[in-house]
Design a protein around this ligand. Structure first.
Ligand code: 8YV
Length: 313
C-alpha cells in the first residue's frame, strides 16, 4: 500500500502520522507552502483523506480530488466532512466511535466537579499564596444535582451512568424518546434546561443542533444552572453564553469546545465560574492510540477490499 496517496490536512497525532508514513504515501498538506497548488499537483493520486474535528473534507476539497475513495476521520464527530457530497460521489467515510466514549464522559464529570467545586480556582488560590492570607469561599455540592443531557447516544449514556454514581437524577432531550431507558425525557431543550441543574451537550453537530443551546435555553437553566459542553462549540450560541455568564443569568460553564477554536472569547478569562479546556475530551495517550489504530485499520480494510471497521457512509 506504500504507493497509495493519503492526504492529511493538519497534524493530529505523531503515532498516526508515523504509521501512515510507514504504510502509505502520506502527503502532509500543512507542510506545503502553497496549499491549493499542492492539492492541484496531487489531485490525481490522492485516494484517501485523514481528517479530524478541526479539518475534514468539505465540498471544495472533495470536488478537487477526483480519485478520492475514502475519508477516514480521527474523530467521532464528522461535522467537518460533507457527508452528502461523499454519498453522492460514492466516497466511503469512517470515524472513531466507542474508543473515546469513556474519556469524553470522564471529562464531562471532571468539568462538572471543576465548575461546582471550583477546582481550578482553588488550585490558583493555593499556588498564588492567597491561602496564607485569607479565607476560601464555599463551593457547590455536585452529588445529587439533576443532570440534563442533550443527546443520549454513546457519550450521553456514558455521562448518565457516571452521574448516576453521584446520585444525580438524569433527564435528557433527544429527537425521539428512547424506549430502552428509565431516564426522564423532555421533548424540548428548554423544558430539559428548566428541569435540571447541570445541562450537558453530548449530541452530534448538525444543522439541526447548531445553537441548540440559545439564550432561551440558558435563561431556562438559570442563575444557578451550569452548562457543560463536551460536544462542539457551535452547539452553543457563544456571544449569548458570554452575556449570560457576565450578567449572572447563568450560574457557570465547563467548556471543552468553542465556536471558533482555538479562539476563546477573552471575556471568559476573568470569570471564576467558568472552566475552560482546550478540546481535550479524547486526549489521552491510550485513547488517541486506539483512535489512530481505527483510522489505520479502516484505510487498510478499504484498500484490501475488506469490510470497514467503523463505516459511516
Ligand atoms: C478530537 C473529537 O478533538 O472525536 C471527536 O469528535 O472532537 C476529538 O476526539 C480530534 O478529532 C482529535 O484530533
Amino acid at each position: 500500500m506504500e504507493s497509495i496517496c493519503v492526504l492529511m490536512p493538519i497534524p493530529m497525532n505523531s503515532y498516526l502520522e508515523q504509521e501512515l508514513q510507514k504504510r502509505f504515501n502520506l502527503l502532509k498538506l500543512w507542510t506545503a507552502p502553497q496549499k491549493p497548488q499542492f492539492i492541484k499537483e496531487h489531485a490525481d493520486s490522492i485516494r484517501a483523506v485523514v481528517g479530524n474535528s478541526a479539518a475534514g473534507a468539505d465540498a471544495e476539497l472533495i470536488e478537487a480530488l477526483p480519485r478520492l475513495e475514502i475519508v477516514s476521520s480521527f474523530s467521532v464527530g464528522v461535522d467537518k466532512i460533507n457527508l452528502a457530497k461523499c454519498r453522492e460521489k460514492g466516497i466511503r467515510v469512517t470515524n472513531t466511535p466507542d474508543v473515546l466514549t469513556e474519556d469524553v464522559a470522564d471529562l464531562a464529570i471532571g468539568l462538572m466537579l471543576a465548575v461546582l467545586r471550583r477546582l481550578c480556582e482553588s488550585d490558583r488560590y493555593v499556588r498564588s499564596g492567597k491561602w496564607k492570607r485569607g479565607d476560601y469561599k464555599l463551593t457547590t455540592k455536585f452529588s445529587g444535582k439533576t443532570v440534563g443531557i442533550i443527546g443520549l447516544g454513546r457519550i450521553g449514556m456514558a455521562v448518565a451512568k457516571r452521574a448516576e454514581a453521584f446520585n444525580c437524577p438524569i433527564c435528557y432531550y433527544s429527537r425521539t424518546e428512547k424506549s430502552d431507558t428509565k431516564y426522564k425525557y423532555y421533548p424540548s431543550v428548554v423544558e430539559l434546561a428548566s428541569n435540571c441543574q447541570i445541562l450537558v451537550v453530548a449530541c452530534p453537530l448538525t444543522e439541526e443542533t447548531r445553537h441548540i443551546v440559545n439564550r432561551e435555553v440558558m435563561n431556562a437553566l438559570g442563575p444557578k444552572g451550569v452548562l457543560i459542553n463536551i460536544g462542539r462549540g457551535p452547539h452553543v450560541d457563544e456571544p449569548e453564553l458570554v452575556s449570560a455568564l457576565i450578567e449572572g443569568r447563568l450560574g457557570g460553564a465547563g467548556l471543552d469546545v468553542y465556536e471558533h477554536e482555538p479562539e476563546v472569547p477573552e471575556e471568559l478569562f476573568g470569570l471564576e465560574n467558568v472552566v475552560l479546556l482546550p478540546h481535550v475530551g479524547s486526549a489521552t495517550v491510550e485513547t488517541r492510540k486506539e483512535m489512530a489504530d481505527l483510522v489505520l485499520g479502516n484505510l487498510e480494510a478499504h484498500f484490501s477490499n475488506k469490510p470497514l471497521l467503523t463505516p459511516l457512509v
